[in-house]
Design a protein around this ligand. Sequence first.
Ligand SMILES: Cc1cc2nc3c(=O)[nH]c(=O)nc-3n(C[C@H](O)[C@H](O)[C@H](O)COP(=O)(O)OP(=O)(O)OC[C@H]3O[C@@H](n4cnc5c(N)ncnc54)[C@H](O)[C@@H]3O)c2cc1C
Length: 456
Amino acid sequence: MSRPTEITIAGAGLVGSLLGVMLGQQGYKVCIIERRGDSRKENADSGRSINLALSERGMHALRIAGLMDQVEPLLIPMKGRTLHPVDGQIELLPYGQRDHEVIYSVSRQKLNSLLLTAAEDASDVEVMFDQKVTDVDFDAKQLVTVDGPTGRNETRSFEMLIGADGAGSRVRRALIARTKGKSVSEFLDHDYKELEIPAIAGRHAIEREALHIWPRGGYMLIALPNLDGSFTATLFLPKTGEPSFESLDDAASVQHFFQEQFPDALALMPDLTEDYRAHPTGRLGTVYCLPWHYRDCGLILGDASHAIVPFHGQGMNAGFEDCGELVRLIETNNHDWAVTLPQFEQIRKPSADAIARMAIENYTTMRSSVSDEKFQLKKDIGFELERRFPDLFIPRYSMVMFHRIPYAEVLKQGELQNEILDRLTVVADAIEEVDFELARRLINELRRGDGSSRAR
Ligand SMILES: Cc1cc2nc3c(=O)[nH]c(=O)nc-3n(C[C@H](O)[C@H](O)[C@H](O)COP(=O)(O)OP(=O)(O)OC[C@H]3O[C@@H](n4cnc5c(N)ncnc54)[C@H](O)[C@@H]3O)c2cc1C
């Protein structure tokens, strides 16, 4: 039986601070070591996405921590995607078909502050700011921190170290080196930049309760609402080529590009060229690594073990789900961490791989398929199948966003759904032409895995 009394967490981001709350509630003494200063006292980091989409998996973890009542006032529901073609009608495509099937826009900074305060309010949880972890020795159970203001090094002992230190995790690096494991970061050839659609007289300039998308095939602009009436817009664009972040290299080219491609957005972005110049361009990547744990004294979670691209809005949600799952296993195993850590890795790794893949696939969906007629027909058929056969069919997007079915299972079910929807839309060009009795048979056959329908 291996039960530490004190847990050290590297990183007081979204995941590290929620985990601190939960472990504090479990009766552990927790010390969270954070590289940055206290974001509640300083200006929020401008290089990171300013708002995020929170959905069921993340909210469930917040409910476990008893924080959902406090988080709720920070949320703006987004009922669907509002598509902005270059010319033509703006259109709202609902995400789900029940009232509660919405996702929520939340400020990263406000949510992180709330979690930090909740962590500090929990008994026996301490957060140390301006302390960067630079080195970890798992055998000696020691880590080195550098104090931001003074630059002074300090060696600290730990009993159990959890790396929640994000995509560039130092703890991951040390853990992979110690275990001779494998870690790969795969970057997209697209980057992103955050821009702003300011409020007009304190109000949202476009529909407030929606995630806005300007899909343009090879690239896109999106915007999520903020409580102050503004929107955070994010431009996703190739690194090189035409158009690209490389080719849009001065105010005139940016202005011209927006005028041609996003004219309605441009009309709402008075500071576009200044924001474009001043805001950093961020990279988008996926981290695949294994193992995630070292004996009974080391673990990585959240972006540290499975950073993903943001196109399914699931990175934070998956990290929060990690926290809930870890605490569930700790309780089930009567606080035996030697048993819990490998189990956690075994359960979560396939799901992390599955959401990584679905997140990459969703980039194509968002920037192009979403405005395709076939995509919309499949979506309508998916909703109708869910209405008619709720025990047999839940659309993949809904499984990811509104349910807590393990991502690996969602990916598997999604592949079967694709096959069904492909077959139905070979012969049907409109929902009225769909043979729903055939659909029911196909679903049953494919779910049984007998493959007999494929032969016909
Ligand atoms: C453009 C964009 C949009 C996104 N949108 C969404 C979305 O809509 N929905 C969603 O669910 N997810 C979204 N994500 C993903 C989400 O931001 C991450 O999954 C989430 O922030 C992961 O939380 P984390 O705590 O694991 O890592 P981080 O948020 O990166 O936090 C890590 C923390 O560790 C600290 N740290 C780092 N190194 C050290 C060190 N050496 N020593 C001490 N401290 C250290 C950092 O300062 C930071 O505070 C988006 C990401 C991007 C880039």
